[in-house]
Structures are given as structure tokens and as C-alpha cells.
Ligand binder design. Structure first.
Ligand code: ADP
Ligand code: ADP
Length: 225
């Protein structure tokens, strides 16, 4: 079942020197419910831009992003950045809880949900810790489950493992697969790593750095089983 379709999306930026940068040029992509898509391509080819447009973080573009059902802002889209961006004055559970506090009707079961999410990524023992007491990988795991706390329809991640060492990254990969097994969440993530894309994704979208020529249409379906 389709979740969303990116249709003919183009995005221009104006650089600090006043030049027009074609970040996206007639990009087409469909995302089905429950699939894991990796977006891969060289630096500057527009991966982050595409993710931001899908997230609704910027709606100044040409073309259309059509959802099966319109997403509710701040709830249906979970976003994870390369840097975890946790609130330093909140504990781990306080940070994850932040994701639930936007949904007031769910507050009564918030503690239970936070506990479940932390368990999913092996951080139950760190619920009362503060972000600065955690390793980079642990912080990113907190950021990921915080993004899931909304119970969003899609999880978007922009190079979520880029800043981590190899061992931590492997650990995170397995966390992502476990989260997917549990939630069957639609996941779209940006990566520089072919290996990472092949390990995690059902489908790899290769973006070309050549505006004006076919962009984001080389799609490689993978069979992970
Ligand atoms: P990627 O994520 O693939 O590295 P980006 O989406 O970040 O690529 O950037 C695509 C192009 O758009 C690049 O040329 C980049 O320099 C430019 N760009 C991105 N954001 C801005 C911005 N806010 N202002 C001007 N140019 C930008
Ligand atoms: P707070 O102000 O409590 O931090 P926000 O509403 O700013 O909460 O958003 C929390 C997180 O949800 C942010 O990390 C942001 O990336 C994500 N988010 C919020 N609104 C949207 C949206 N419309 N689309 C995608 N992500 C969103």
C-alpha cells in the first residue's frame, strides 16, 4: 500500500553568492507502507533536501508530495538528524517522553510507552541518566525512539549513523532492524554507505548529482531474506 508519492519535485536554493542552486530537479519517488528505503548518493546531490521536503520542514518547492492521508504536523513524521539534539536538561526518559507530550490524550500511558521504547533499544537502565552521561551511539538511540514516541507513520533519518564509529554503527543497524520487526514502521534514511543501504533497506534510491538529468530514479529492490 502506498504511503506517499513525490511527484516532479524541484527545489532551488539561492546561495550566499546569489547563485541559483538546483538542489532537486524533477524528483519522483513513491514510498510504500512498511518499507525501508535508503537514499544514497554523493555529497550535495540533494538527499537532505528531499528528506526535509518529505518531512514538511520546508514547503517551498515545485511539484507535489501527495500522502495517502495528510500527515498531522509534528506527529505523523518522526525525524532523526545526524546529531541527536536531545534536551540536555532532561533525562533520557524525559527526552523520550517529549515525543508523547504532544499527544495529550496518550499521557496516561506515557510511562509505559517510554519504558517499552527504551527497552527496545537496550536503554532501560539509563532512563534516569542525562544525555551527557551517554555515549554518542546511546544518544542516537534515544533520539530514534523519541522520534518513534509520537507513533509516526514514517521515520525519516538524515545520516543517522554518520557520526558514529563502526562498532556502534553495527549495533544501531541491528536496533533499527529490531525496531522494524516490532513496529513495521516505514523508514526512509539517507546514507553515504552502500554497505549500510544494502544491510538495512528493502529498496535503495540512488540520487544523481547531475541536475537536469534523471535524478532519483535508479531504484534497486533488495531481498533481505
Ligand atoms: P546532500 O544531502 O545530498 O549532501 P543537500 O540536500 O544538503 O545534499 O544539498 C543539495 C544542494 O543544495 C547542495 O548544492 C547544497 O549546497 C545546496 N543547499 C542545501 N541547503 C541549502 C541552503 N539552505 N541554502 C543554499 N543552498 C543549499
Ligand atoms: P519541541 O518544540 O517540543 O521540541 P517540536 O514540535 O519542535 O517540539 O518538534 C519536535 C520534533 O518533531 C522535532 O525534532 C522535529 O524534527 C519534529 N517535527 C515537528 N514538526 C514536524 C513536522 N511538521 N514535520 C516533520 N517533523 C516535525
Amino acid at each position: 500500500r502506498g504511503l506517499l508519492a513525490v511527484r516532479g519535485v524541484s527545489k532551488d536554493y539561492t546561495s550566499v553568492h546569489g547563485e541559483t542552486v538546483h538542489a532537486l530537479d524533477d524528483v519522483n519517488l513513491t514510498v510504500d507502507e512498511g518499507e525501508i528505503i535508503a537514499i544514497i548518493g554523493p555529497s550535495g546531490c540533494g538527499k537532505s533536501t528531499l528528506l526535509r521536503m518529505i518531512a514538511g520542514l520546508d514547503d517551498d518547492y515545485d511539484g507535489e508530495i501527495a500522502w495517502e492521508r495528510p500527515p498531522r504536523p509534528g506527529r505523523d513524521i518522526g525525524f532523526v538528524f545526524q546529531e541527536p539534539a536531545l534536551l540536555p536538561w532532561r533525562t533520557v526518559e524525559g527526552n523520550v517522553r517529549l515525543g508523547i507530550e504532544v499527544q495529550k490524550e496518550r499521557l496516561d500511558r506515557a510511562d509505559e510507552r517510554v519504558a517499552t521504547l527504551l527497552e527496545l533499544v537496550g536503554l532501560s537502565g539509563f532512563a534516569k541518566s542525562f544525555p551527557k552521561e551517554l555515549s554518542g551511539g546511546m544518544r542516537q538511540r534515544v533520539a530514534i525512539v523519541r522520534a518513534l514516541a509520537y507513533d509516526p507513520r514514517i521515520l525519516l533519518m538524515d545520516e543517522p549513523f554518520g557520526a558514529l564509529d563502526a562498532i556502534t554503527r553495527d549495533r544501531l543497524h541491528d536496533d533499527i532492524l529490531r525496531i522494524w520487526e516490532e513496529t513495521r514502521k516505514t523508514i526512509v534514511f539517507v546514507t553515504h554507505s552502500v554497505e549500510e543501504a544494502a544491510y538495512l533497506a528493502d529498496r535503495v534510491v540512488v540520487m544523481s548529482p547531475r541536475p537536469g538529468r534523471l535524478q532519483a530514479v535508479h531504484q534497486v529492490p533488495l531481498d533481505r531474506d
